[in-house]
Design a protein around this ligand. Sequence first.
Ligand SMILES: Cc1cc2nc3c(=O)[nH]c(=O)nc-3n(C[C@H](O)[C@H](O)[C@H](O)COP(=O)(O)O)c2cc1C
Length: 312
Amino acid sequence: MAGSVHRPSGVDLRVSVGTVRLKNPIIAASGTFGYGVEFAHLVNLSALGGIVVKGLSLEPMAGSPAPRMCETTGGMVNAIGLQNIGVRAFVFEKLPELRKYDTAVLANVFGRTVEEYVEVIRILNDAAGLAAYELNISCPNVKQGGVEYGTDPVLAAEVTAAAKRASRRPLWVKLSPVVGRIGVIAKAVEAAGADAIVAANTYPSLCLDPHTRRSRLGSTTGGLSGAAIKPITMRLVYEASRAVQIPIIGLGGIETAADAVEYMVAGASAVEIGTAHFVDPRASERLVETLDAWCRVENVFEISSLRGSVRD
Ligand SMILES: Cc1cc2nc3c(=O)[nH]c(=O)nc-3n(C[C@H](O)[C@H](O)[C@H](O)COP(=O)(O)O)c2cc1C
């Protein structure tokens, strides 16, 4: 396992997501932590269990028209539209710096077609320093690909199987929260070869300005994230973990150690932190410390013992 056996506190925060071993269960979520390196002057990146970088596409993408974000009660709606520098620039410009840190680096992969997903993975296969791939089949902010794949079990299985065949690393599949019965999609991607399921992405949303009667976002609709979505996504994690054998990574509205613990009790092996970084860029690093303290107070000596421990 990564890292030392015990922290100074005596609490063992290490977790495994299949064959991926993390020093703690706190992972920075895609799109909310840049390519990781931009945060290095503010955050001790080596303290984190992992970092999922911004969604990577085959060619650079300019993203959606501004404005791209608006604040809502208990959260925010974004329509970034997967702006990114493209997979090749990531490999040459960002990854060499990022791999200097003692944390698991995950590449979030996006394509408009199955072939594009596969091509991004092939390019990443040749690069050193990645722990796994996170397949984004759930982005609500793009015209093609993304959520189309994530809401149809047949398409979800097709893109997962193709990505798995191409991949030389563990493949985590990030699901959409708007899937009706999440167990059906979870089973479909498990059967297609996914090594873990990430639940979940943002919820398609609309924010209007009542004065102008226009959307507050340049691309009209966006994706809701933050504290407001936590109980809804927690149910998805709970149900997905009962439907499949592969590990689940939970995310949606985590701000405190107790939030992270709740997701683990519901069935998550690890968690990701997204919107909380917009309030405090150090949110993930802070969570590692507060999680350690929470475990000490609650007499939990191995954090992995929390997984799926919900009582009837
Ligand atoms: C500004 C922003 C950009 C995001 N970009 C991506 C992305 O590129 N790929 C992806 O899979 N998810 C992306 N997400 C979704 C988050 O990774 C996460 O699934 C979602 O925000 C729920 O977690 P949270 O409530 O902790 O933010 C983005 C979210 C936000 C707020």
